[in-house]
Design a protein around this ligand. Structure first.
Ligand SMILES: [Mg+2]
Length: 471
């Protein structure tokens, strides 16, 4: 769909001032080099390449289970340019550019890296250089367009890409950075400790300061099956007291907003259908923004999906023709339906999936979800679907626009790292993970996805928001 930008994490240095491998310093419960690999991955940079050198044998094992390519610069002692060469040599031809990330910038965020890519998209062919708006200083990480790769490959000695700045001034686009601390580097042990203190210094309540809008997941946050979770009523009381805008979101396309409103009413909470957004409604809205009026849709799905499409004025195809194939969770799925969807996609209908969840939870076991259907159709047609639900951006973007909210003042609350939290991280929303659903506390340090703040449940979140202790 869009051109790939790669990440090259430069982690070959000897870190003499630290007396131990800087790459392995602990940051948020994991080695620094693994942390930065996670940040680059969450930013959807691809591929993520890590160049090791001085401590390669001890550092490599900490990257083993991550989706990164680990390379080795045997000539690390000759300086930075060697690591740039090694990184460049591994970039596939499909790669339109690369961000070179020093391993000692732990405060970098996925959102920030994505914003560099956005700037590059507006200025193809450029070198994107972050510039601190307050002090005017220019810093790493820098994004180089592919056009500059041959010259980067000519560098020698202990210089990085900066060496090209003077001779390529016309190609440089400065990317303003309002939060200069983002670019801080830990080049000495004292600097590293300062950054750690900064990161630790934010209390849970501070992560909630200035939040004006909330996007909350439902299952595992508000309830589990039919049981309301602790803090449910207090949470809605807080939303009202503080006049916070909110949208309750779910990837589940099978139920209507009215059904969720009724479920909450049984739990003693009042809300309205306008506060609920599921992936079926988001899919219909996404298509309504793009399709010609009265476009034909071939839909695999239940009443939730069918109704949402009809309400937006789409004509439902019986299989003879379609502008779009929408695939969702379908209790009445048959081979014939799959065959029809396959044919229509191969004939050129655009392939859309409501949500990527591969499993559908039943009381005591799991069944195939919408995502497994997408995998089937993708493998049959060779066409990758556009997916609307979390962690893809459409659902959250629609929630933001419904509330007229901005990402930085919006909090996502969810119980799943790879959907709720990852979706929020990618859009630059604040993220709160609750441990009242599918995620256990022990899993968090092993995950590549990092929420801003973690609470046991809604009750703990409400207490922190009100500045009260939670026992
Ligand atoms: Mg959930």
């Amino acid at each position: 769909m869009t051109a790939n930008i790669a990440a090259v994490i430069l982690a070959a240095g000897e870190s003499r001032r630290f007396g131990r491998p800087k790459q392995l310093l602990r940051w948020e419960g994991r080695p620094l080099v693994a942390h930065l690999a996670d940040v680059a991955w969450a930013a959807e940079l691809s591929p993520v390449i890590v160049v090791l050198g001085a401590h390669a044998d001890v550092v490599r094992p900490v990257l083993e289970k991550r989706p990164v390519q680990v390379l080795r610069n045997y000539r690390w002692a000759d300086g930075m340019s060697g690591s740039v060469h090694v990184g460049l040599s591994a970039l596939p031809p499909s790669c339109a550019g690369a961000i070179f990330i020093p391993v000692d910038q732990p405060l970098l965020t996925p959102q920030f890296l994505r914003s560099l890519v956005e700037t590059w998209r507006r200025h193809p062919g450029s070198i994107v250089v972050p510039q601190d708006e307050v002090h005017g200083t220019k810093g790493a990480p820098v994004l180089f367009d592919r056009a500059l790769f041959p010259e980067l490959a000519q560098l020698s000695g202990d210089v990085g890409g900066r060496a090209l700045f003077a001779s390529h001034e016309a190609q440089i686009v400065y990317h303003p950075v309002r939060e200069p601390w983002l670019l801080s580097d830990a080049d000495t042990p004292a600097a590293f400790e300062r950054l750690k203190a900064y990161e630790r210094g934010l209390s849970p309540a501070q992560h909630l300061e200035g939040v004006k809008a909330v996007i909350s997941d439902m299952d595992g946050v508000l309830w589990r099956n039919r049981t309301p979770l602790p803090g449910l009523r207090e949470f809605f009381a807080l939303l009202e007291e503080r006049q916070l805008k909110y949208v309750l979101v779910t990837n589940n396309a099978s139920k209507t907003p009215e059904q969720y409103v009724a479920k909450l009413a049984q739990m003693g909470v009042r809300t309205t259908p306008e506060h609920v957004l599921n992936s079926a409604l988001a899919t219909a809205a996404y298509l309504a923004d793009r399709a010609a009026p009265g476009a034909w849709v071939y839909a695999l799905g239940g009443p939730g999906t069918i109704n949402a499409l009809q309400e937006r004025g789409f004509r439902l195809s019986a299989g003879d023709r379609a502008d779009y194939v929408v695939a969702s969770w379908d209790r009445d799925l048959t081979w014939n339906k799959l065959a029809t969807a396959t044919r229509l996609i191969l004939e050129g209908a655009e392939f859309i999936g409501t949500n990527p969840d591969v499993t559908f939870p039943l009381e005591t076991t799991l069944a195939p979800g919408a995502g497994s259907l997408l995998v089937t159709l993708e493998s049959t047609t060779g066409v990758t679907p556009t997916v609307i639900g979390k962690p893809y951006p459409s659902l959250y973007r629609q929630a933001l626009s419904r509330m007229e909210a901005v990402p930085d003042e919006t909090l996502v609350i969810g119980d799943r790292l790879n959907t709720d939290i990852l979706g929020g991280v990618r859009l630059g929303l604040r993220t709160a993970l609750l441990l009242s659903g599918v995620t256990h506390a022990e899993q968090v340090p092993h995950s590549a996805i990092h929420p801003d703040v973690i609470f046991e449940n809604l009750a703990a979140l409400v207490a922190a928001w009100n500045g009260e202790p939670y026992a």
